[in-house]
Design a protein around this ligand. Structure first.
Ligand code: GLU
Length: 306
């Protein structure tokens, strides 16, 4: 006799929450953005939305956190909407094998970033999405996109986080100026970074984040299925930086992490899943978030690799 999936999944989420609550080593909270440094590492939340619209959550699901690089997925959708395939002459689609903020590759690859999810690639993508508009106009479009995706008008930008990163983001400034010197930035570096830092400072709860990913699981139609498939491919191969191979091996789902400790993972056609735990592993991806998704994928059999 087949079981109703929703009660079974509720048990699985409760079990994952209990297991994560027992973990002693919770990773390191990102402190290079001073405003994030004080986040309590003892928090954990998980939420998922199923194809029938059911949403199940466990843990700290109502606490907004900084989505950071998860925002790059939405920024990419907007840039592709404006430029289409022309974007791919400015940013590639290969895993970098290097840290999210690495400068190294960019010089010997002539200012063309490896993919849209490493910082250099996201800065180029933001520049493309910005076009000749002011950052506030791009950010308004981005927020509208995310609010529509999540079905929630409350989603906002945490200005204190944006200011904090703007004050200390020298490495991103270096990347932006290098990109400009290579002719791969149309707008002034300060303008692009203003938009980029504000985009990264969007705050969401894990429940809002799970709903915002429905379009990537094909549970909601916001962009074309072709584009969804390609964004998922990039999330799988590049969404966890130099931890992308390991994430694919352990979890087997397209996913995008952020240094705020969130991960958005996509089980195509089945579910949009969000986890949050602020402590990061050595690659800057949520430590418990990854473990929780690994447990979920194993229990549900949702890995795209069978
Ligand atoms: N705003 C962060 C940075 O540029 C995003 C990094 C991340 O979340 O991986 O450093």
């Amino acid at each position: 006799m087949s079981r109703d999936p929703a009660p079974h999944l509720a048990d699985v989420l409760a079990e994952i929450q209990a297991r994560m609550g027992e973990q002693i080593d919770r990773g390191q909270v990102a402190d290079y953005i001073p405003e994030l440094a004080a986040t309590d590492p003892n928090q954990f939340g998980i939420s998922l939305v199923l194809a029938d619209g059911t949403q199940l959550s466990a843990g700290d699901c109502a606490t907004p956190f900084s989505i950071q690089s998860i925002s790059k997925v939405f920024g990419l959708a907007i840039a592709l909407g404006r430029l289409g395939d022309q974007l791919w002459s400015r940013v590639r689609r290969e895993p970098s094998g290097l840290a999210f903020n690495s400068i190294l590759q960019l010089e010997y690859e002539n200012g063309i970033p490896r993919n849209p999810f490493v910082n250099a690639g996201a800065i180029v993508t933001t520049d493309a999405a910005l076009g000749n508009r002011q950052p506030r106009d791009y950010l308004a479009e981005l927020l509208t996109f995310i609010r529509t995706a999540a079905g929630d008008e409350q989603i906002h930008i945490n200005q204190a986080v944006a200011r904090s990163e703007a004050k200390t983001g020298h490495r991103n400034l270096a990347l932006a100026h290098f990109l400009k010197s290579q002719g791969n930035l149309v707008n002034a570096p300060d303008l692009v970074l203003g938009a980029y830092f504000h985009q990264c400072a969007i705050a969401m709860t894990v429940a809002q984040l799970a709903r915002s990913g429905r379009f990537l699981s094909n549970l909601q139609r916001l962009i074309s299925p072709d584009r969804v498939r390609r964004i998922n491919a990039l999330m799988l191969t590049c969404g966890h930086y130099d931890g992308s191979g390991e994430f694919a091996f352990r979890v087997g789902l397209p996913g995008k992490s952020g240094v705020g400790g969130g991960i958005l993972a996509i089980a195509p056609g089945r579910a949009s899943i969000a986890v949050w735990s602020p402590g990061l592993n050595a690659q800057g991806n949520s430590k418990l978030g990854t473990e929780a998704l690994e447990m979920l994928a194993r229990r549900t059999g949702w890995s795209i690799f069978g």
